[in-house]
Design a protein around this ligand. Structure first.
Ligand SMILES: [Fe+2]
Ligand SMILES: [Fe+2]
Length: 299
């Protein structure tokens, strides 16, 4: 489909997007990171330098919180990607600006928590942030439909990852902060999921192709984080986020919510894509099993 036709599709679903936006504003509870951060625990790093013995969380929980924070730190690039692919003077631009404002609080909250509770090396955290943001993030979206398919999956994935990291922390404040952020991600997810739902009503064949390309090549944001592989393996082993979780909590619910298997009125090519999408869970599970065997994880 030509670029203009994607813009026609955005126009066609704009009234629904405006409704989803209004519902989001109505539904999301405004919150303050400072209500959660344990400021009373904050101490001066100049007079009392950080030492690992001060940390209260397990190494894998600290890895997860730092990793999720560095991912959130890259927000300027995600904002730019949405700005690039979506019309600025429209409900899409309005959404991007609101979403950016909400996302920005996530890094504020996690960073404040980690520094006051001394659960990360502050120099290493800053060096990693600097390295991550200097590397940036280049999106691979071919069209605006892929933007929405990806953000739906990514928001759901970060919701799960933040929530699991908070649960595993086994510490009240970390649990509350990560749960609060996960709730935001859930609201974002509901918006993006709804946009794809409406796009599927409008032009199922074109939208299926985008959904397939995104889900078949899905990667969490954050690949530019130093030690990405080592950190993501640690999080996978700790069951904060791994391929099995990705299948059970992201891919399978999305296929069900979007009723992918029930779509009709498809071109012959789109019917093949539909079948390929429905085969994705089995493929991801095979990769999950290989990972679990390799690391001796019980399932
Ligand atoms: Fe976030
Ligand atoms: Fe989000």
């Amino acid at each position: 489909m030509a670029r203009d036709e994607y813009y026609e599709l955005l126009e066609a679903v704009a009234p629904t997007v405006a409704r989803l936006h209004a519902e989001h504003v109505e539904r999301r509870e405004h919150w303050y990171a400072h209500d959660y951060v344990p400021w009373e625990k904050g101490r001066n790093f100049r007079t009392e330098p950080w030492d690992e013995s001060q940390a209260t969380l397990s190494p894998e929980v600290r890895t997860s919180l730092v990793f999720n924070l560095l991912t959130e730190d890259n927000l300027p690039y995600y904002h730019t990607a949405l700005e690039h692919h979506l019309p600025h003077d429209s409900v899409y631009g309005e959404w991007n600006r609101r979403w950016t404002a909400e996302e920005a609080q996530h890094s504020i909250a996690i960073r404040s928590y980690l520094l006051t509770s001394r659960n990360c090396d502050p120099n290493e955290l800053e060096d990693d942030r600097y390295a991550t943001m200097s590397r940036g993030y280049q999106d691979t979206f071919h069209n605006p439909v892929e933007v929405f398919a990806y953000t739906a999956a990514q928001e759901l994935a970060t919701r799960v990852s933040h929530r699991n990291a908070g649960k595993l922390a086994d510490e009240e404040v970390a649990y509350q902060i990560m749960g609060r952020i996960a709730t935001d991600e859930n609201h974002h997810f509901m918006f993006y999921r709804g946009v794809i739902m409406e796009m599927l009503n409008e032009n199922p064949s074109v939208v299926l192709a985008a959904v397939y390309r995104v889900l078949a090549n899905f990667q969490m944001p954050g690949t530019g984080i130093p030690g990405y592989l080592r950190r993501s393996v640690e999080m996978a082993k700790a069951a904060v986020y791994n391929l099995r979780i990705h299948n059970d909590r992201v891919i399978t619910p999305l296929l069900r919510d979007w009723k992918i298997d029930q779509l009709t009125d498809l071109t012959a090519q789109a019917r093949e894509v539909q079948q390929a999408i429905m085969e994705l869970p089995a493929k991801v599970l095979r990769r999950a099993e290989a990972f679990e065997r390799r690391f001796g994880m019980a399932t």
